[in-house]
Design a protein around this ligand. Structure first.
Ligand code: ADP
Ligand code: MG
Length: 629
């Protein structure tokens, strides 16, 4: 298979997901842990190891200072994360997630993943989109396109194929955010009419309600407050999410956490039953909170509920029956949920990838800008050049002039947003056009050109028509990264991959050393009596030596001393085998966990050592020579 394939990645607030089109159909690619969801969590263990995905999620509550969740909320800002010795930008943290997603997908697919379509919320502004693209670049991915999440969802549903005009509402309730988008579809054009939401509402809140309830129940029963125990809270959080998920299928569920606490009278176990109706009672107000953003989106789109032709359920939390009921009662139609709500965004991104790579044909897909773009003019007014909902790519030009007599410099302040005053919109950056020939105000003609590329990323140029002097910038707001910075981070990320591999080797070496130490001690215990004094001393010395090197971080020395210990053990087994002879000694040796099973195969309990030796299948004659140092 060629690597010209373009994957689709849903870089979510809570979970990320990667998908690829195979045989014309998008499929989700599982993580190394075998799950389709890659928790968007990055952690740094106390020993400095970087943890990404489910391992990081598992330590989120018990090790909060060194765990980063919901990095997506900070994309496009100058926020810095400091939980190890270095400080990291949101782009770098997102890149760590993407690196993990990429590496796992490569392992699964068996070919390199180089190009990707990444999705972002429709309301993401230029900085947020640029930051997402940069994160991809840092992770070693060529981000061929950024597309809107609701657009991706529509693509996954194949809604691009409908000839007729349709209005679709995408109801996306994830782990930490709720996004509603109203789209007009028809003839391959995806027009986001309105977006609204609550970026502090998601599945996590439902989990929290269960946790709170469990804490109270436990307190009632045992008078112990679990809130003070971080590890217990981590277990509660996991159990609460699991219970919530089960309650989407079952009408009642058992929550059991043995040894969650202890007091003078002994260990305490949490063991309760939670019914769906109790759960819904605990979370009723959360469901209600979804109504307002949905109505706002409709209002902004200038539509009534009855004009919505379809509602697509997206995001893991839409599996909750109470949410589906709410959608039904609100719109009076059955929401579409044929596609796994966890996967729909990534699947759609993969479809877009396949369109771009030419694998899927006869599909046009046109996205639109979701925010207006313009510059600041006299009096702090925001003058729009490109209105929101304009199909992209697009270029627009307008001529401006000076506001003062003899003005030789103009500042072009680029903004994005819908508000009247510049100050109320998002500033994307500014630049100056100098050396304008002095003239009365209103005379000079400065042509400003905006273009938005297919990713929604903005380029701005200004030209003095008298002199043809030109200034052009790709918008670099202060939070965006320069190409050099990205290059440096790409290098960093690559070094990290190497370090990762080194750490793996290190920990493998340490594991092996520990196993060998165990075995050697067992051999001493069980075969000690049969050993000569020299043998015993050699073994004890080798054990001491390996213990010593395990105190260091010298992997080579650990490996070397492991080998010395192995050899000492081989010698003991061999001697036992030779001196006592026959099955009895072999048996004894085997029992010790370190013995040649058959004369030609070599050491059994030696694990890898045996395998290594076995690689060059020794002849009978070589047998003992092979054991020697
Ligand atoms: P995001 O878009 O924020 O990255 P997801 O769409 O992956 O998030 O949604 C994650 C949320 O969905 C989590 O809170 C998770 O517990 C919840 N979730 C997943 N499956 C179910 C289910 N079967 N029932 C209820 N909630 C679920
Ligand atoms: Mg999502």
């Amino acid at each position: 298979m060629s690597s010209s394939k373009i994957v689709g990645i849903d870089l979510g607030t809570t979970n990320s997901l990667i998908s690829i089109v195979e045989g014309g159909q998008p499929i989700a690619i599982p993580s190394a842990e075998g799950d389709y969801l890659f928790p968007s969590v990055v952690g740094f263990s106390r020993s400095g190891e970087r943890l990404v995905g489910s391992v990081a999620k598992r330590q989120a509550i018990s090790n909060p200072e060194r765990t980063i969740i919901s990095v997506k909320r900070h994309m496009g800002t100058d926020f810095r994360f400091t939980c190890d010795e270095k400080s990291h930008s949101p782009q770098e943290i997102s890149a760590m997630i993407l690196q993990k997603v990429k590496a796992d997908a490569e392992a699964y697919l068996g070919f390199p993943v180089e190009k990707a379509v990444i999705t972002v919320p429709a309301y993401f502004n230029d900085s947020e989109r640029q930051a997402t693209k940069d994160a991809g670049a840092i992770a070693g991915l060529e981000v061929v396109r950024i597309i809107n999440e609701p657009t991706a969802s529509c693509l996954a549903y194949g809604l691009d194929k409908t000839e007729k005009q349709e209005t679709v509402l995408v109801w996306d309730l994830g782990g930490g955010t709720f996004d509603v988008s109203v789209l007009d579809l028809g003839g391959g054009v995806f027009q986001v009419k309105a977006t609204a939401g609550n970026n502090r509402l998601g599945g996590d809140d439902w989990d929290q309600r269960i946790m709170d309830w469990l804490v109270e129940e436990f307190k009632k029963q045992f008078q112990i407050d679990l809130r003070t125990d971080r590890v217990a809270m981590q277990r509660l959080k996991e159990a609460s999410e699991q219970a919530k998920i089960r309650l989407s299928q079952e009408t009642s569920t058992h929550i059991k956490l043995p040894f969650i606490a202890a007091d003078a009278s002994g260990p305490k176990h949490l063991d309760v039953e939670l019914s769906r109706s109790k759960f819904q009672e605990l979370t009723h107000d959360l469901v209600e909170k979804t109504v307002e953003p949905a109505l706002t989106a409709l209002e902004d789109a200038g539509m009534s509920k009855s004009e919505i032709d379809k509602v697509l359920l997206v995001g893991g939390s839409t599996r909750m029956p109470a949410i589906q009921d709410k959608v039904r009662s609100l719109f009076g139609i059955e929401p579409s949920k044929e596609i796994d709500p966890d996967k729909v965004v990534a699947l759609g991104a993969a479809v877009q990838g396949a369109v771009l790579s030419g694998e899927v044909k006869d599909m046009v897909l046109l996205d639109v800008t979701s925010l207006s773009l313009g510059i600041e003019t006299v009096g702090g007014v925001f003058t729009k050049l490109i209105e929101r909902n304009t199909q992209i790519p697009v270029a627009k030009t307008r001529v401006f002039t000076t506001a003062a007599d003899g003005q030789t410099v103009v500042e072009v302040h680029v903004l994005q947003g819908e508000r009247e005053l510049a100050a109320h919109n998002k500033s994307l950056g500014r630049f100056e056009l100098r050396n304008i020939p002095p003239a009365p105000r209103g005379v000079p003609q400065i042509e400003v050109t905006f273009d938005i590329d297919v990713n929604g990323i903005v380029n701005v140029a200004a030209k003095d028509l008298a002199t043809n002097n030109k200034q052009k910038i790709v918008i670099q707001s202060p939070t965006n990264l320069t190409q050099e910075e990205i290059n440096a981070m790409v290098k960093d990320a690559a070094i990290y991959a190497e370090e990762d591999a080194k750490r793996r080797t290190e920990s493998q070496a340490r594991n092996k050393a520990n196993i060998e130490l165990d075995t050697a001690e067992r051999q001493l215990r069980e075969l000690g009596e049969q050993m000569s004094f020299e043998q015993q001393k050699r073994l004890r010395d080798a054990i001491e030596r390996l213990r010593g090197s395990l105190q260091t971080y010298d992997t080579e020395k650990i490996k070397e001393d492991t080998k010395v210990l192995q050899d000492a053990m081989y010698a003991v087994s061999t001697e036992a085998y030779m001196s006592v002879g026959g099955e009895k000694a072999a048996d004894a040796a085997r029992k010790s966990g370190y013995a040649p099973t058959t004369p030609t195969r070599g050491a059994e309990g030696g694990g890898e050592a045996g395998a290594e030796g076995g690689a060059e299948e020794p002849s009978d004659q070589d047998l003992f020579g092979w054991f020697q140092q």
